[in-house]
Design a protein around this ligand. Sequence first.
Ligand code: AMP
Length: 138
Amino acid sequence: MAYDPDNIFAKILREEIPATRVYEDDQTLAFMDIMPRADGHLLVIPKTPCRNLLDATPEQLSAVIATTQKLSHAVMRAFGAEGVTIQQFNEEVGGQEVFHLHFHVLPRHEGVSLRPPGNMGDFDLIAQHAEKIRAALE
Ligand code: AMP
């Protein structure tokens, strides 16, 4: 399957649509998920194109995983989380909806379930959560 350069995350990378960015380096970008399944739910993507895990290069995977680990520590500090769930979906049948490789980072607390998918978050609250994560990265 070919990479579609007009997917929504490619548009975020080109700054054609807004995103609540929390971290970036030369190879990766992390931003808040607009339908958070947990407080602090964010996404980590490579800055270069690939659909998902199946067509990613070892260099893309290595950069994205390193940033996913960094942001996992940051969300645990920011939210006092006891763990994180990392999710990554491949192709439609695998649950993928946006076809630019991304890893979900979901802070977890004992006894707290993930919220159901597909519910738009509160913009101001997401912005507050992003600020906590940025502060935890410093
Ligand atoms: P999936 O491809 O199944 O991992 O799902 C795509 C994820 O991207 C979902 O969690 C959506 O809430 C999230 N999402 C979709 N559009 C945006 C956007 N413009 N900004 C941030 N997150 C988004």
